[in-house]
Design a protein. Structure first.
Ligand SMILES: NC(=O)c1ccc[n+]([C@@H]2O[C@H](COP(=O)([O-])OP(=O)(O)OC[C@H]3O[C@@H](n4cnc5c(N)ncnc54)[C@H](OP(=O)(O)O)[C@@H]3O)[C@@H](O)[C@H]2O)c1
Length: 318
């Protein structure tokens, strides 16, 4: 396993996302929620993954409970436990109360990272920072972070808080490359971390779906990347992923993750539908792309121009 070290923490470059655990949006079913999910967490930890990311909103707390059961017998210092507060009425003492509720579900005294799930423009930065300060001062989390913030927003929270805001969790993958422009350089030069969510673009970058093989329902039905048009357009990108994968004796999904963690100070948190996937994902940390491979993958990714959905839900061709 490779690690990202920043601000005194050591986070595995590949973590584990747990939105899938028990959530209807993914629709993996009862057997998955009752058994497979915990097995995924335990296997991830065995393989050196320490970052486990959850949120109070995932399956309305069930994801946190599943994680709690899975880590019950694991040394607390083997897990870097990250959760998030849904920013509705979440400021000051309310944020601390919500953090306490998360910790009860997680079965721990403190989270390693407590993140604001997304910016709520109705809550001024001062109140957001006051909530995070309370969480830190009450010992409910060792570090705080934000998610879905712009770089300016991230820095503003840190300025107002007057203490480090360790990380910003943002959508970042080969098909959503914007964080590479200024967010990642900032993290690398400021001892901060970019946590990449949807690092496989919800499985799109596994190269195993196609116009005649669409993923099952749930969240991906509303993701325009999985339109037949976009899956057809992705042919060259998929070929490039397969080519690089074959020279590393790896899978396309692993190469997509290796591309992400080629960037400094980036931790990727793929979700997994099986123990086998988490094994592949953890092993991706050991794939080191050559600079030529990285440049080639970036170029092919830039050439992929997906159609997006317009206001009426129709695909807009670009
Ligand atoms: N902060 C936020 O606002 C936010 C938003 C979204 C997600 N997140 C976090 O980020 C985590 C990951 O993002 P995500 O779940 O949206 O998308 P993702 O990690 O890009 O995709 C996960 C899906 O990809 C497929 N997959 C995983 N590993 C694979 C492998 N080795 N080979 C082939 N397919 C593989 C699986 O689906 P199938 O097997 O069914 O194809 C899996 O459910 C979430 O669990 C959550 O913790 C945060």
């Amino acid at each position: 396993m490779r690690f990202v070290e920043a601000a005194g923490v050591r986070m595995s470059a590949i973590g584990l996302g747990t939105w899938q655990f028990g959530s209807r949006e993914w629709g993996y079913g009862k057997e998955y929620a009752d058994h497979e999910a915990a097995a995924i967490v335990r296997r991830a930890l065995e393989l050196g993954v320490n970052v486990i990311d959850t949120a109070e909103v995932y399956a309305l707390g069930r994801s946190e409970r599943i994680v709690a059961a899975a880590i019950e017998d694991v040394g607390r210092d083997e897990v870097f436990l990250a959760t998030k507060v849904f920013p509705l009425f979440a400021f000051g003492a309310v944020m601390a109360a919500r953090a306490r509720a998360s910790l009860r579900r997680l079965g721990v005294d403190a989270a390693d990272l407590y993140q604001i799930h997304f910016p709520n423009p109705a809550i001024p930065f001062g109140l957001q920072a006051a909530g995070l300060a309370r969480v830190l001062d009450d010992g409910l989390a060792h570090h705080v972070g934000v998610s879905n913030y712009s770089l300016a927003g991230w820095r503003k929270v840190e300025d107002v808080l007057g203490r480090p805001v360790l990380s910003n969790q943002v959508q970042f993958s080969m098909v959503r490359r914007r964080p590479a422009e200024v967010m990642v350089p900032y993290a690398a030069s400021s001892d901060r971390v970019v946590i990449a969510y949807s690092p496989l673009a919800q499985g799109f970058l596994s190269a195993r779906y196609g116009p005649d093989n669409l993923p099952g329902g749930g969240v991906r039905r509303s993701n325009s990347l999985f339109s037949k048009d976009n899956l057809t357009r992705a042919a060259d990108l998929y070929d490039a992923l397969r080519d690089v994968a074959s020279s590393h004796d790896a899978e396309p999904a692993q190469v997509a993750l290796a591309w992400l963690i080629h960037h400094p100070h980036v931790v990727a948190i793929p979700g997994a539908s099986s123990v086998e996937q988490v094994e592949f994902n953890a092993a991706a940390a050991d794939i080191v792309l050559g600079d030529d491979e990285f440049a080639h993958l970036t170029k092919v990714a830039e050439e992929f121009t997906p159609a997006s959905r317009g206001p009426l839900g129709r695909l807009v061709r670009t």
